[in-house]
Ligand binder design. Structure first.
Ligand code: GDP
Ligand code: MG
Length: 369
């Protein structure tokens, strides 16, 4: 395996790439600036510059997250949906309508609060989880950090407008991530709405809707009147059925951080999405470079929860700091272990930012690719 280019290695060591090339030449190695180097070459070159290379394999960080589940332990889980589309086409309105119109079972009323994600029950009594971070920036930022949290993308296009640059970008991002797409033709209540024109424009970019013999489901909706939204959710559920989404609720929880902040009264407040396993109050968790004991959990209506299973968004209190969106969060066996790993990660981050210490880890190298 080749890890980084001569150029990247040079900048990690804070020397010019010419020096690296010269040293290589002296050792009888001909390398070019962008040539990617294997582990042995990296070790030898770094040694010449007085650096000690530590190869941190991915397994060293292996934790519960990588444990494979037995097929028999898997149970169906709710789909996790992201809404993307061009500015002003109605992403926020759609998210707001869905949140207020669909009420999670036995939870009528209550003041909804923005926690970055929420789950709803559809008319057909199925649960759907929405990431309330509209826009593909959040989507790509998460993906760039290696977090895969979206199962299905709803691409919103205003039917009184056109397919726009950000519509195309959103479609490209969803496709690059291998996430199925459902098209929402929004603002159908508007007099100027012309959904067929949008279907036509989509077909030009190879997004042919089912009504026209293609494979993409589309639904005319109004985030203002609510028209078509139940049908949109049913189409999302149909897409979810094909994916056969499953998770094992009977293991230590692993999830992804959606957002985190510091609240004056409550301390660090972290919204997470549990992806597998079940998180419980009292669990010891590790999230990026932070850890803690889950003091309390609440849903997006502020209702206290004792447990949160797969595909459940939940706000967690008790972490010792604010992890970044996209960081993995996982339940650990002991506080000692969680603290140790968190400390290690903090130290790694410090080393990276200082870049003066003569020590490079493969993990650091990997992050620069
Ligand atoms: P976003 O930028 O994609 O989040 O778009 P917004 O949800 O902020 O909507 C942009 C504007 O379009 C706002 O003024 C909304 O009230 C309006 N809007 C959104 N959906 C609809 C709809 O279905 N019908 C009508 N008439 N207006 C809508
Ligand atoms: Mg918006």
């Amino acid at each position: 395996t080749e890890f980084i280019s001569a150029n990247d290695l040079a900048s990690l060591m804070d020397v010019s790439v010419n020096e690296v090339i010269k040293v290589c030449l002296n050792m009888g190695m001909f390398v070019s600036i962008n040539q990617r180097l294997d582990a042995e070459a990296i070790t030898v070159i770094a040694d010449e510059f007085g650096y000690d290379i530590e190869f941190l394999s991915a397994e060293e960080e292996e934790t519960v997250a990588e444990i494979e589940d037995d097929e028999a332990d898997l149970q169906p889980r709710a789909p996790i949906v992201t809404i993307m589309g061009h500015v002003d086409h109605g992403k926020t309105s759609l998210l707001d309508y869905i949140r207020s119109a669909t009420v999670a079972k036995g939870e009528a009323g209550g003041i909804t609060q923005h926690i970055g994600a929420y789950d709803v029950m559809t008319k057909s009594d199925k649960r759907v989880t929405f990431l309330d971070t509209p826009g593909h920036e959040a989507f790509t930022a998460m993906r760039a950090r290696g977090a895969k949290v979206t199962d299905i993308a709803i691409i919103v296009v205003a039917a009184d407008d056109s397919v726009m640059p950000q519509t195309r970008e959103a479609i490209n991002h969803a496709q690059a991530a291998g996430v199925p797409i459902v098209i929402a033709l929004n603002k159908i209540d508007k007099p100027g709405a012309n959904p067929d024109k949008v279907r036509e424009e989509l077909s030009v970019m190879n997004i042919l809707v089912e009504e026209w013999g293609g494979k993409y489901q589309s639904q005319e909706v109004s985030a203002k009147t609510g028209a078509g939204i139940d049908d949109l959710l049913e189409k999302v559920l149909l897409e979810a059925e094909i994916l056969e989404l499953k998770a094992n609720p009977d293991r230590k929880a692993v999830g992804t951080v959606i957002e985190a902040s510091l609240d004056k009264g409550r301390g660090y407040v972290t919204t997470i999405l549990v992806q597998t396993g079940t998180m419980e109050v009292g669990d010891i968790v590790l999230a990026g470079p932070h850890f803690g004991r889950v003091k309390a959990m609440t849903d997006h209506r502020g209702k206290k929860m004792k447990k949160a299973g797969p595909a459940t968004p939940v706000q967690v209190l008790g972490l010792t700091g604010a992890p970044q969106a996209g960081d993995k969060i996982q339940v650990m066996d002991s506080e000692r272990e969680a603290r140790e790993l968190a400390t290690q990660r903090q130290q790694l981050a410090r080393e990276q930012s200082m870049r003066t210490k003569k020590h490079i880890t493969l993990d650091e190298i990997g992050r620069r690719l």
